[in-house]
Ligand binder design. Structure first.
Ligand code: ADP
Ligand code: MG
Length: 847
């Protein structure tokens, strides 16, 4: 039965009320609170029963047929919401808005909260180590105005970026934006990639909020930024019913203050997740995250993704790490203190949007309890943070919240004795009542002489007196007991005295629960007043946690404090790739990386598997670590402060779908060439590999020459075309290095050691042998290679071209073969397919 087909005049009042609410929230699944359950009806019920594997039932609602219905218990609702939202649904929660005890007739119900991908604020539903944001996007002719909000913490950012899809994606990925609010006339070509490539939820809205939160945007100069924020806020305030009053400031992010990296670079360097498995494990973040708090882990991620450019700011972080390393006792104390700190950033947020519970308050109290200690440690270390101790809130929580408080808010057990006179009074009635019951039992036992008489309680009859069958004759009329229930071996009675006390006791129970709930809300509201201060404290604690984490890493991984220079000099002695070093079982071979003044490009040659890619990544990762304020994996390091890092490493996965690897490769290279400055770092790893040899060589050479003459960026260029190494003679800013290998007969040993000069061999056949290719094939390949080498003995480029001519078609059969080879999809071929193909070619040649 569809909702639209229903004759509304027939509906029961409750269902009619449902329909009105649903009309307002067409796109949300309505969770309708009825008793201890949230129920879904009509199409919503069909969707939820399928997605959540719930039993579909029906509800009588005045119509001939039952209305489809399914439900979830209220105490478990969070996990169901989470599942649905992750699948891309929106959920609206409908609760009673009035106290049913005080209302006659239908209780008013309404939507109290709405959840979608970007607006989950409850820390129980969020990944503790990831921030989770919603972004408002306004597109203008030349710029995009981005307003990014982490609703769980109230952190609001504003960015003005060039009108460029790629740059937009960079930001959205960096801030882990789950949902964007965008105008409905936005071009689909902008929206499709967000949805399809990054799984971002798209929400359309064309209305700006007016007359609210004006203090927040008062001082903003750019009218477009104001509009952007109010555009996002309309959706949050109006559709999602979020309270935004706890947002006190806008942080304006100016990208030019940070080292710029695009998504490819972040992925290629595996800064926050690995390329293949897309997991945090084995990423740089994984390596460096020794944070004690989830807030610290989130901040550390932002440090990795936004390394600094200000030498002063970077050195400040180094100074603090160095200080901590010197003061190891204070460092241990800080570690212990931070260990006690919970995610107070999100706990504070939870007081506004999200179900704060009594246990959260205990966590907050525990976190605040160590603040005096942390203030003391900071003072001893000479760290001048303005860290508050929040004694007021601590005292309030210490006085009020029971140490064993439950996670529920409506079932009592929250408030400590001594906090509220009224509460204590009712409690004494209750316990007095319980004593009464015990006394009453003893008394009437004595009075009546019935030895095994008991006073019990059940939900149906309340308190009762129970007498066994054998002794029931001893119950006399004068007692004025009234028989209520006859069981197999006993009788149950009530007495007027017992009933009188009972009503007192039962009322007390309910009163206590209500009063405890009210007191809890009062305390929560008190904390809400301090939310901005708590957030400031959270910010300082997370920064301390990051510094501590980097200090721990510097000892654990043997890192050194780098020197920073303005001359574009790179001077790294015994550098290491920190992740490969830790993860690989083999001993890591440290390498120098030196680009003196006047040299800006290293042309790196060496056999496959020798360590070229690792060597290049090593410098990039070291630079990122240096600029995020961390010590670096080397014996000694002097590094420039880079403005941007570009990488072209390995086969890119299909970020932009439908383009060949070579196209992606060329686009990434173009991006680097067009945007790099002399202060940038470029890593080009085997550029041109995706096309025919002579195309590849020519493009690689063209690109190298262009960078060396026009850009002068610090460039690491690895290539297996050793033909390119002659460029060292032509350009004085290009230098050859190679990764050495030892050849002994047919076998090869990789030393992973980078040395000056070029290598003149690729050792491809050796590597093929290591990979276990059949001997016959390898021997034949060696023969072919020798004949090429003979033809090509003089190392001039003209000869190379001649070689290319040798490949040119001579007859139909060659032309055929060429066509076949052209059509090969090498990237998608298994080694076996390749061998079979080679076999076929050879057979044809034999003919
Ligand atoms: P290439 O790019 O030259 O083909 P890679 O950089 O991919 O080589 O390295 C191949 C393997 O060699 C890596 O998986 C790594 O484990 C190992 N390796 C690279 N550099 C070193 C090093 N300096 N010390 C130890 N092992 C290394
Ligand atoms: Mg490589």
């Amino acid at each position: 039965m569809k909702r639209s087909d229903v004759d509304r005049s027939l509906l029961s009042p409750m269902m009619a009320q449902y329909m009105e609410i649903k009309d307002e929230y067409e796109n949300e699944l309505i969770f309708y609170r009825l008793g201890d359950f949230y129920e879904l009806f009509f199409e919503d019920a069909l969707v939820a029963s399928r997605e959540l594997e719930l039993t579909l039932t029906g509800r009588v609602a005045g119509l001939g047929e039952k209305v489809p219905m399914c439900g979830v218990p209220h105490h478990a609702v969070k996990s169901y919401i989470e599942k649905l939202v992750n699948k891309g649904y929106r959920v609206a929660i409908v609760e009673q808005l009035e106290d049913p005890r005080l209302t006659k007739g239908m209780v008013k119900r309404g939507v109290v909260d709405v959840f979608s991908k970007g607006t989950i604020a409850d820390s129980d539903l969020l990944n503790a180590k990831e921030s989770s944001c919603i972004a408002g996007i306004l597109i203008f002719q030349d710029v995009i105005i981005l307003s990014i909000l982490d609703i769980s913490t109230g952190h609001l950012l504003s960015l003005t970026i060039p009108n460029n899809l790629e740059k937009l994606c960079n930001e959205l990925v960096n801030y882990n934006v789950k949902e964007v609010v965008i105008k409905s006339d936005t071009n689909a070509s902008f929206i499709e990639p967000l949805k399809n490539n990054f799984g971002i939820e798209i929400t359309y809205n064309d209305i700006m909020l007016e007359g609210k939160y004006e203090k927040l945007i008062e001082g903003v100069k750019d009218a477009r930024v104001k509009t952007g924020i109010m555009h996002l806020f309309y959706y949050l305030d109006h559709r999602q019913l979020k309270d935004l009053s706890y947002i006190d400031k806008i942080e304006f992010i100016n990208r030019t203050n940070y080292l710029e990296m695009d998504i490819h670079t972040i992925r290629n360097l595996e800064l926050v997740e690995t390329i293949r498995l897309k997991e945090r494990t084995y990423s740089l973040l994984w390596l460096l995250d020794k944070c004690k708090t989830a807030m610290g882990s989130r901040k550390l991620k932002s440090w990795i993704l936004s390394p600094l450019k200000s030498k002063n700011d970077i050195e400040k972080r180094y100074d603090k790490i160095a200080k901590l390393n010197n003061e190891f006792i204070l460092k241990d104390e800080l570690k212990e203190a931070l260990f006690e700190v919970y995610d107070i950033e999100r706990l504070a947020g939870k007081t506004v949007n999200g179900g704060l519970n009594p246990r959260d308050l205990l966590q907050l109290k525990k976190s605040l309890s160590v603040l005096p200690k942390i203030v003391e440690i900071c003072a001893k270390l000479g760290f001048n943070y303005e860290l508050k101790t929040h004694t007021e809130i601590y005292d309030l929580l210490e006085a009020s919240i029971n140490e064993e408080a439950p996670i529920t808010t409506k079932e009592g057990g929250i408030i400590k004795p001594g906090y509220s006179v009224e509460l204590d009074e009712i409690k004494s009635i209750r316990s007095g009542g319980k004593d009464f019951i015990a006394n009453f039992e003893a008394e009437i036992k004595k009075q009546t002489g019935i030895k095994n008489l008991k006073v019990g309680y059940n939900k149906v009859f309340g308190y009762y007196i129970e007498v066994s069958k054998g002794q029931k004759d001893q119950v006399k009329d004068e007692y004025k007991w009234e028989r209520r229930q006859t069981l197999a071996n006993c009788e149950r009675y009530i007495s007027p005295e017992l009933k009188e006390k009972e009503s007192l006791i039962l009322n007390a129970e309910e009163k206590i629960n209500n009063l405890e709930y009210d007191l809890f809300i009062e305390i929560k509201n008190e904390i809400k007043k301090h939310i901005l201060d708590i957030r400031a404290t959270a910010d300082i604690l997370s920064e301390l946690d990051c510094i501590l984490s980097l200090a721990i890493c510097s000892e654990e991984y043997n890192l050194v404090r780098p020197k920073l220079n303005e001359e574009g000099i790179v001077n790294v002695k015994d550098g290491r790739h920190p992740v490969v070093e830790v993860v690989n079982k083999k001993e890591y071979v440290p390498n120098d990386c030196i680009l003196e003044k006047g040299i800006d490009t290293l042309l790196i040659t060496g056999p496959n598997m020798s360590g070229k890619s690792t060597y290049m990544r090593q410098l990039a990762i070291m630079s990122i670590m240096a600029q995020m304020g961390s010590f670096v994996p080397a014996k000694e390091a002097n590094l420039p402060i880079f403005d941007k890092i570009f990488t072209r490493i390995g086969a890119s996965d299909d970020l932009v779908s439908g383009e060949s690897t070579f196209m992606v490769e060329m686009k990434e290279a173009r991006n680097a060439i067009c945007n790099a400055s002399s202060k940038s770092l470029i890593l080009f790893d085997e550029l041109g590999r995706g096309t025919a040899t002579y195309d590849g060589i020519s493009l690689a050479q063209g690109i190298l020459e262009y960078i060396s003459t026009n850009i002068h960026a610090t460039t690491l260029f690895s290539t297996h075309y050793h033909e390119l190494t002659f460029l060292e003679n032509k350009y004085k800013n290009i230098k050859n290095v190679h990764v050495s290998a030892i050849e002994e007969g047919d076998s090869i040993t990789f030393l992973h050691k980078v040395k000056d000069g070029a290598i003149d061999k690729s050792y491809g056949i050796h590597v093929a042998r290591l990979a276990g290719m059949p001997d016959e094939l390898l021997n034949r390949a060696s023969e072919i290679l020798s004949s090429y080498e003979a033809k090509n003995s003089k190392d001039s480029r003209e000869k190379e071209v001649q070689l290319a001519m040798d490949f040119s078609p001579k007859n139909d059969e060659d032309e055929n073969l060429k066509e076949k080879i052209k059509k090969l999809d090498i990237l998608n071929m298994s080694p076996l397919d390749a061998l079979n193909f080679l076999y076929e070619v050879k057979n044809n040649l034999k003919k």
